[in-house]
Write a protein that binds this ligand. Sequence first.
Ligand SMILES: Nc1ncnc2c1ncn2[C@@H]1O[C@H](COP(=O)(O)OP(=O)(O)OP(=O)(O)O)[C@@H](O)[C@H]1O
Ligand SMILES: [Mg+2]
Length: 646
Amino acid sequence: MGKAQILVVEDNRIVAKDIQNSLENLGFDVCASVPSGEAALEEVQEQKPDLVLMDIMLKGEMDGTEAAAQIHSRFHIPVVYLTAYADDKILEKAKVTEPFGYIIKPFEERELNTAIEMALYKHKMERKLMESEEWLSTTLKSIGDAVIATDKTGRVTFMNPVAESLTGWQQEEAKGKPLQDVFNIINEETREVVDNPVIKVLRDGMIVGLANHTVLISRAGAEVPIDDSGAPIRDENGEIAGVVLVFRDITERREAERALRESEEKLARSRKMEAMGLMAGGVAHDLNNILSGIVSYPELLLLDLPEDSPLRNPIKTIQESGMRAADVVEDLLTIARGAATGKDALNLNILITEYLGSAEYQELQKTHSFVGYRTELSPDLLNMSGSTTHIKKILMNLIANATEAIGNSGTVAISTTNEYLDEPLKGYEDVRIGEYTVLKVSDDGSGISPKDIGRIFEPFYTKKIMGRSGTGLGLAVVWNTVQDHNGYINVKSSDKGTVFELYFPVTREELAAEKDEVPLEGYLGHGETILVVDDEERQREIAVGILTRLGYKAQAVSSGKEAILYVKENPVDLILLDMVMPKGINGRKTYEEIIKIRPGQKAIIASGYAKTKEVNLTQELGAGKYIKKPYTLPKVGLAVKQELEH
Ligand SMILES: Nc1ncnc2c1ncn2[C@@H]1O[C@H](COP(=O)(O)OP(=O)(O)OP(=O)(O)O)[C@@H](O)[C@H]1O
Ligand SMILES: [Mg+2]
């Protein structure tokens, strides 16, 4: 380090010269000598001296204390006063400016030296302290964990921004408050207040961690699960000066843990089902051979027995038992996966209607006259690909279970809908994105307890009395059949009743009988041009297919941006616009841009969701009808026709 640079502020030229000489004798550098406060500020700004030697009574507007105050606050340069006046008032005024020293004129060189050296040293130390404080506070501010420090009485002295946002307290307000006012923690399960960690740290003088299941209650009453630890702050003598608490919000971690656990459970469940299915299949195969004797011989015996033989009844009983056993074996064979039979396009509505006309259903109704049945079948239900016999078994089992769950009186509701999922549906099983035909069977019966719900699909799991009803194979058959059809099951149950929702992927294949049956006349177009905007390729194909069949000229693009470019070049009569396109701009934004190019552009909006705010907004901009996906011929046909004629 070179010589310390000193600025002298003194309005008496002779005195100034004298001071300058002394300073130079003492080995300092005088970078300038000025007569006024204003000039001093300018010099300071320009030269950045190491220290200012300041007279208090100066020429000009500004006196020395004022200049010193500004130098101190703006430039952080130490000021030492050097003045002839030492009355109390001036001293008082000078004190406020936090001077680094005070020398009374006339001074001795030695005195001057000591004052300057001390001021420089003090300033250096202060600067170091400031730097380390700044470093510490920036560090604490930028770490991701919340930090609260207290003094040794447990009162808050510091909070970083994360702590502020988690507790809802600002540091300024919290300072000086007892920790428990700001850091209010309870046990999530017992709801009891958790011991103040500061008291523990102060008592034991060690780092302590919080127990599991601790929740922080913020100032606004929000609950945040946290994980934390507290440690003592010790001063240089090793005495405890306070406590520092470090904690973090573990909501996300918990959520991840829960999701992992759930998916593990799901996996374990389906593994178990598979293993049991395999076993059931093995047993069934052997039993089937054995049973054929028991089922077919009584038939032959009965042919040979005279009408009045006392053996007829016992033999008939054997035959009936054999047939019941054969039914069970058949169920077991269904459960043994891989035994999938051929699949054809089928429509759930047709199978439901057939079931409702069957002798089996009539029998069920007869034995449960106190149960009412209600059906609500979607008129334009899409087809699925499946095995008629197996799907009928599903219907039979779900409707039988729903009926049996009703004790006194109640209703079983059977409904079908088309669903288009823009994003996976979370539930008992997570349903993937796509088009589904959904079967829903609900009842207002006894419900299934959360304890049982994980096991109901297991073969032989039953709560019913063993007999014909109560083998425990019904839902096992349902589950395996649904898996075999690449479908999903969602069960929801409470003491108010149970809902089984079965999702089957849609097939766009038509039923054999349907091909020439669909009455198109009402919907036919006359070669109008239609632009389909949809981010899913399959959806574009379907929509274009339907529109072409109806006699329109359809084109498709895969994003809002493309749509805007397309209509700029090619006017179209109508746009069929998908609302939700996560990768680009959504339907509303697209329409907003399009009407700038083609004011009054006709459009209909499609979405897998129920009508949303975005849909409303788009309609307010002038778009027409909203249709819920999946696209079906009557739905699209009607909407397009109405919109074009509108
Ligand atoms: N809708 C429902 N409401 C209440 N509980 C139900 C319902 N559906 C199924 N369960 C419960 O799940 C168990 C298993 O059903 P599952 O159909 O597999 O066998 P089951 O009906 O007992 O016998 P099976 O169908 O072979 O005659 C039932 O015993 C019942 O406890
Ligand atoms: Mg059953």
